[in-house]
Ligand binder design. Sequence first.
Ligand SMILES: [Zn+2]
Length: 248
Amino acid sequence: MFESIWIIPKTDTLVIQWELKNQSEPGNYFFNIYRSENPENGFTKVNYYPIINDFKFEFPFFFPIKTERLFIQIELIFNEKKYLSNPQGMWYTLKRDQFLLAKEIIRKKELYRREKTGQQVQVLKRKTFGEDCQDCRDKSSGIITNSRCLSCYGTGKLGGYYEKINTLAEITDTQSVLVPTEVGTMEPRVAMISLTYPMVSKGDVIIDKTNKRWFVNSVVRQIIRGFPVDQNLRDAKMIPPTDIVYEI
Ligand SMILES: [Zn+2]
């Protein structure tokens, strides 16, 4: 049934495109996308809703520092019959020796963070596409009217964020001047956060070990021979405890 499948990596997403052998047969084509880093352990569905009569799908893709390959499998449901494509493998474009070097640098950084400077944190990747939230918008203007919406946590996208990802990070307050808050205590409001995994972008949230939450603002990636080995978030902003993000 499947003529060809393309996997196109972009900075923070992966684009999957496909073609069928008999694409002109009348009827509705339903697709599901599955991914796996190790097909022996099975595949995980990527899309939430079926993809209908569209032959392209884009999803957030965290640069897979810890693995070397990704497999994509597409399921077609047509006239109540199911067809599964062969797994399509993507090897990262790096040469093997470059990959191993980068992996070794990451391993050392993680080891150092685990034993000395780091702490266990969780990363919330913000949804940037997908179903729009209907609960907090003005129906006619589309403007978000409730910033404390529990369906999208103020992001405008249903669910707001993807599942929490556990990782190690170094967190250093960069603002030595503490600012008074409404309740009279002093809190640093900006931090420098460093982590190797996953790839983060502006709008993502880091949860530190004390449950303090930080918005990712700018990200500087350290690239060694084309491979991102570390990320520095120089001006992560502390999220006020009243923010809806603490409800996640
Ligand atoms: Zn909402």
